[in-house]
Design a protein around this ligand. Structure first.
Ligand code: UDP
Ligand code: MG
Length: 311
């Protein structure tokens, strides 16, 4: 059996409508590129007919299509990780299923890999998403740049190409919640970023809502940086210093002015503020402890139900 040179990994969650369109656009592009390739779909426990559609696509092109089916929905990143575990190619490409990034941009990225870059990232020039999604992204980008020391223009853009060595390192790292785009950028020796097209979803609905996005960004920052903890330590020290001076001042007043009972509510206000800051700090520590917990637990990140591929 001939080994493919390029492996394309695509997570699939409820994409019965977009899969055939993707197939019809991606396959001609890759056939034309002229190198041996494979497309690995990972069905992340779709509740619609995605699995049937994948079977049809496999029957059309058993030479290039492979499909992994999960037991249930584990999330986009575990799905991509499962794909990474299966790749045979020397060059790996990740792509979303919904055609927001055009498969026609893939050859451009592959050319850059051939030129010696080990990671080629895409950034969405003319992003076609809802306004609030863009605002959340902008904010998260600003915070991330300050807190983490990784240059990446658009960590939400999954259209990326990588040398196999990078993928092997990501697989080996075996993190519970890997951030594939950021991690690959971090591991890269010679990365480059290019603008890629961005369209509205071909069909179906986005699988992200505001809550998922906030969680995602929180996870992202805590997984690459301990700066949030350090901010709390510094804030705690400043508060302590302030309180210390305040105690001395109050003690002096007690000696000079005598006992005073006024200002109880101011005291309450200060107390509530400090208690809520403490609680936030505890929550923050909890985030890190939770992360450590899920790392040491070593539970399987996903369970594969079925693999469709040419034997
Ligand atoms: N996806 C997945 N599991 C999930 C959610 C999404 O595999 O739980 C896939 C989805 O099929 C798509 C990609 O991840 O290929 C990106 O998802 P989506 O387009 O919903 O995200 P958005 O473009 O809105 O960020
Ligand atoms: Mg999308």
């Amino acid at each position: 059996m001939s080994i493919p040179y390029i492996s394309i990994v695509i997570p699939v969650y409820n994409e019965e409508l977009t899969l055939p369109i993707l197939f019809n656009r991606l396959i001609p592009v890759m056939d034309k590129y002229g190198k041996l390739y494979e497309v690995i779909f990972v069905n992340d426990g779709s509740k619609d007919k995605s699995q049937e559609v994948l079977r049809e696509l496999f029957n059309k092109r058993p030479d290039v299509i492979r499909a992994v089916q999960f037991m249930r929905n584990y999330g986009q990143h575990p799905a991509i990780m499962a794909g990474f575990g299966k790749v045979r190619g020397d060059v790996v490409v990740t792509l979303d299923c919904d055609l927001q990034n055009p498969p026609e941009d893939i050859p451009k990225m592959l050319d850059l890999i051939e030129k010696g870059h080990d990671v080629v990232g895409g950034y969405r020039g003319n992003r076609q998403d809802l306004a609030w999604r863009k605002v959340v992204s902008k904010l998260s980008n600003i915070v991330r740049k300050r807190i983490m020391n990784i240059e990446i223009k658009d960590h939400g853009c999954m259209l990326r190409a990588y040398r196999r060595t990078i993928i092997d390192q990501i697989v080996q790292s075996g993190e519970a919640t890997p951030f594939i785009t950021v991690l690959s950028q971090y591991l890269a020796g010679n990365p480059v970023e290019i603008e890629v097209g961005h369209e509205e979803r071909a069909a179906g609905e986005s699988n992200y809502n505001l809550y998922k996005l906030i969680r995602y960004n929180f996870d992202l920052v805590t997984s690459f940086s301990v700066v949030p903890l350090q901010i709390f330590t510094v804030a705690g020290m400043v508060c302590s210093a302030g309180s210390f001076l305040f105690v001395i001042y109050m003690f002096a007043r007690r000696l000079i002015v005598g006992p005073e009972a006024e200002g109880v509510f101011t005291l309450f206000a200060i107390l509530f503020l400090l208690i809520s800051v403490t609680m936030t700090g505890l929550g923050l520590i909890g985030e890190y402890v939770g992360r450590i917990y899920s790392e040491v637990r070593h539970r399987p990140r996903y369970v594969v139900k079925e693999v469709i591929e040419k034997k």
